[in-house]
Design a protein around this ligand. Structure first.
Ligand code: AP5
Length: 231
């Protein structure tokens, strides 16, 4: 969807500072929506999974500590994530707001984030919970392909690249994430139920549920509108 097609909603949204938290199980579309929203809101998309994967790729101390948990589909320990996010949120690009994708992911992380918000005088603008049926989550995760060069996500059925296995944007080769293999997907969905789903209760008084079973452009439009309290 082009910026012009969301018209007035888009123009109103970008006037405000925004902190958007995207919650939802693996495969619910957090990354897809964050990438879409940042075009309109002009604020960074902060994906803990992407930061961790980059740290693993570059053999940074954080990556070395995190990689085994990620490979198993388990959560990386809270203290590592909280420290990593404390550094990220200090960066100047966060001053006008940001979109969080994959954080917080446990009650300990949510409490640490609340403390950061209080210290900085920031308020969450919208906490969005994307809901998607389990069978669709499995289909989305097992069919996801990611560009090894620029990180853009595709789906073999729902969002295929123009040229087989090559990124539309940079011609980089597409690969399947190690944790998107069937056996690890199951584990990730269980970990989500046990450790992350309780955040729905934690944020219940400020949570907006949106069905993630719709076309991605429609979900993006609803999130933008709700972020501006138009719907
Ligand atoms: P992370 O990278 O955050 O993975 P995740 O939460 O499991 O989320 P995904 O990236 O798998 O899914 P998504 O919701 O972003 O869906 P997407 O938009 O890509 O974390 C990986 C690992 O890092 C964790 O397991 C853990 O080890 C560690 N980690 C990260 N954060 C942590 C934290 N805070 N604490 C502790 N550990 C942490 O979409 C999926 C597919 O569906 C794509 O192919 C897409 O094209 C397609 N799709 C999306 N939307 C639609 C739609 N509306 N219609 C059709 N297809 C769609």
């Amino acid at each position: 969807m082009e910026a012009s097609s969301v018209g007035g909603v888009f123009e109103d949204v970008v006037k405000k500072e925004m902190i958007i938290v995207l919650l939802g199980p693996p495969g619910s579309g957090k990354g897809t929506q964050a990438a879409y929203l940042k075009q309109y809101l002009k604020i960074p998309h902060i994906a803990t999974g992407d930061i961790l994967r980059e740290a693993v790729k570059n053999s940074l101390p954080l990556g070395v500590k995190a990689q085994e948990y990620m490979k198993q589909g388990a959560l990386v320990p809270d203290e590592l994530i909280i420290e990593m996010m404390a550094h990220r949120l200090e960066k100047p690009d966060c001053q006008k707001g940001f979109i969080l994708d994959g954080f917080p992911r446990s009650e300990v992380q949510a409490k640490a984030f609340d403390q950061t918000l209080a210290e900085k005088g920031w308020t969450i603008s919208k906490t969005i919970n994307l809901t998607v049926h389990k069978q669709l989550l499995i289909e989305r995760l097992s069919g996801r392909r990611t560009c090894g060069k620029c990180g853009t996500n595709y789906h073999i059925k729902y969002n295929p690249p123009k040229k087989m296995n090559l990124c539309d944007l940079c011609d980089g080769e597409l690969y399947q994430r190690e944790d998107d293999k069937t056996e690890t997907i199951d584990r990730r969905l269980n970990v989500y139920q046990q450790q992350t789903a309780p955040l729905i209760k934690y944020y219940q008084d400020r949570l907006t549920n949106i069905s993630g079973d719709q076309p991605k452009e429609e979900i993006g439009r609803v999130i933008l509108a709700k972020s501006n309290d138009k719907i």
